[in-house]
Design a protein around this ligand. Structure first.
Ligand code: PMP
Length: 411
């Protein structure tokens, strides 16, 4: 992987404000976009813009083809068995709300159980909390071990009452929280009792090779903007064999055979699940992001690069008085792409805004994962998260500026 070349592909990374170089370390929130992706989106608007599916003139046919090509690319990227399994949404959040409001709401009854982990992002927590209030479905949690920051799963958490297992594939605060082969075991056990499995892969699809057929969830969701695509686009994977069981989440144009018959009948997936005009340019941009990744990243190299940055960062943090790292250090050094930590007696927001004034972008807070903060009794953390374009030098500058910020804030 040519990291020097990669940096040049991202115009924003050469941005200087008040003579300070931008150091972007908030990739778990959203990634920067290479010019290739930006050009593909503006190129669509400049040369190909039309609504899809409906028009029979060449411009509309071309736009439809570009949109469907993007779906094919994404299907291949995660090794889906058929492109009809790839549904365009606005992001991870919408994908989970989709399944909560359609399949789950239609299939679960009071007393049925949904199993989550204690480390869910609110996107994979609040839809289930609301649903439980509305329907009487019960929520259960796989506990996070406060020493190892790994999940403590026991077989008895999944019973005949379990109808859905909705899990984060990797935590946006802690990184990987699964023990070796544990997730595969949970998925297998869920399927044995007839439960469906939903994986929130917002923090994994950008960083590791996903083989959806091997992983075998029923639903999987991720966001385009965390993998070099634009905002406003995400993917909901729905396994082909269960698509007939899933009702549309929204209804409207381009998804019905007949709307005037007594009971409307839906066209096949994916149109069945994409009512109305979809985010066409954004989907084409996500297709371009996949092209860029295929061309420039091999996932083994990316993992090594990100883990090296985590390792260097952790070594530096461990030299600073009062710093506590929040996560499994050994694992983060080997496979991580983010590191969360806090500094004794200083509010993390104060540090983040001081760093911000130096043009260093990191995230501070609970990272939309309040249940995790509550069970581990940690108010807030600073989170540094890496992607393909980050460098050793950036970690060095970050560590130096962090130490200066701590000295300043401690007075
Ligand atoms: N789940 C995880 C693990 C995340 O990291 C995020 C984004 N921080 C989300 C869900 C929500 O993603 P989005 O805001 O793109 O819908």
């Amino acid at each position: 992987m040519d990291f020097e070349k990669i940096r040049k592909d991202f115009s924003i990374l050469s941005k200087v404000i008040d003579s300070k170089q931008l150091i972007y370390l908030d990739n778990a929130a959203t990634t920067q976009k290479p010019n290739f992706v930006i050009d593909s989106i503006s190129g669509f608007y400049k040369n190909h813009n039309a609504n899809i599916l409906r028009g029979v003139y060449p411009l509309a046919e071309q736009a439809t083809e570009m949109y469907e090509n993007a779906r094919q690319k994404i299907a291949k990227f995660i090794n889906a068995s058929d492109a009809c399994e790839i549904i365009f949404t606005s992001g991870t959040t919408e994908g989970i709300n989709f399944i909560a409001d359609s399949w789950v709401q239609n299939n679960l009854k009071p007393g049925d159980e949904i199993l989550l982990t204690e480390a869910e992002h609110h996107a994979n927590f609040l839809p289930w909390v609301l649903l439980a209030e509305k329907t009487g479905v019960k929520l259960k949690f796989i506990k996070i071990n406060p020493k190892t920051f790994k999940l403590d799963f026991s077989d008895d958490l999944i019973t005949e009452k379990t109808k859905l297992v909705a899990l984060t594939h990797s935590s946006n605060v802690l990184g990987n929280i699964w023990q070796k082969d544990q997730l595969e075991k949970v998925i297998k056990k869920a399927h044995e009792v007839g439960a469906k499995v939903l994986l929130d892969a917002a923090q994994t699809v950008p960083h590791q090779k996903i083989d959806i057929q091997k992983l075998n969830p029923d639903f999987l969701v991720f966001s385009g903007h965390k993998m070099l695509g634009s905002t406003g686009i995400g993917i909901l994977y729905i396994k082909k064999e269960i698509q007939d069981e899933v009702a549309p989440y929204r209804v409207g144009g381009s998804m019905v055979h007949s709307s005037v018959s007594k009971s409307p009948t839906w066209v096949e997936s994916p149109a069945k699940f994409e009512a109305g005009t979809p985010p066409i340019a954004q989907a084409i941009g996500l297709g371009a992001a996949v092209d860029y990744i295929n061309e420039n990243i091999n996932f083994d190299g990316l993992k090594k690069h990100e883990a090296n940055l985590c390792s260097k960062l952790i070594d530096g943090l461990q030299q600073i008085d009062g710093v506590t790292i929040f996560g499994n250090i050994e694992e983060l050094k080997q496979t991580g792409h983010l590191v969360s930590f806090f500094v004794e007696d200083i509010h993390v927001h104060d540090i983040a805004s001081l760093l911000g004034s130096k043009n260093i972008c990191v995230r501070a807070g609970q990272h939309c994962a309040q249940p995790l903060s509550t069970v581990l009794n940690v108010q807030a953390t600073l989170r540094v998260s890496f992607y393909l374009y980050n460098t050793d030098k950036e970690v060095e500058i970050f560590l130096k500026e962090l130490q200066e910020a701590i000295i300043f804030l401690k007075g």
